[in-house]
Ligand binder design. Sequence first.
Ligand SMILES: Nc1c(NC[C@H](O)[C@H](O)[C@H](O)CO)[nH]c(=O)[nH]c1=O
Ligand SMILES: CC(=O)[C@@H](O)COP(=O)(O)O
Length: 189
Amino acid sequence: MATENKNLSDYDKNTVPNAKDFRFGIVVSEWNDTITEGLYNGAFETFIENHVPAQQIIRWNVPGSFELIYGAKKMLQTQNVDAVIVIGCVIQGQTKHFDFVCEGVTQGIKDLNVQTDIPVIFCVLTDNNMQQSIDRSGGIHGNKGTEAAIAAIKMAYIRQQASLNQFQDQPLLSTGALQIEDKPLELEK
Ligand SMILES: Nc1c(NC[C@H](O)[C@H](O)[C@H](O)CO)[nH]c(=O)[nH]c1=O
Ligand SMILES: CC(=O)[C@@H](O)COP(=O)(O)O
């Protein structure tokens, strides 16, 4: 489903676990900072809306999207966080550099998810032009930062429950969603 058919800011609050005790890191690229600031604001505000205290949200800046990999790695190594969001905006230029940056960041963040125990959420726009980025950072298609914050909460919860081995005897709804203490968690099919 393309973004144009699903607003990035829409989510069902009934499927989001209580996030008041989680700690989150956000690594923000300074390239295209008008866009990345919009994505950050979307993520930060969504965390606050879901009861994450501001003092439990750690922000680091890096020069560009390629540096998100190292920045996230060092945050994971040094900070007590339950999930990390990396925020970037890569826009096609005149050369193939776009392809290499996008692929490099994608693979690097994937590697961190494989090699470490902390979820790293991919909030990197890879757009053809600035208008597409504007549309996805608080514009007509919503805010990918909101989407990323919800993903971070859900993944932090999955990590927490998995570490407690609670999934083994957790009651399941008929839909296959986990029944958690106050609201069901919809696991993506
Ligand atoms: N063109 C964009 C870049 N390029 C810079 C790289 O991300 C990196 O900082 C540089 O190659 C030094 O290692 N970065 C973006 O985030 N967005 C772009 O559109
Ligand atoms: C993604 C990039 O690095 C790109 O925006 C740089 O522009 P260009 O390909 O014209 O050098």
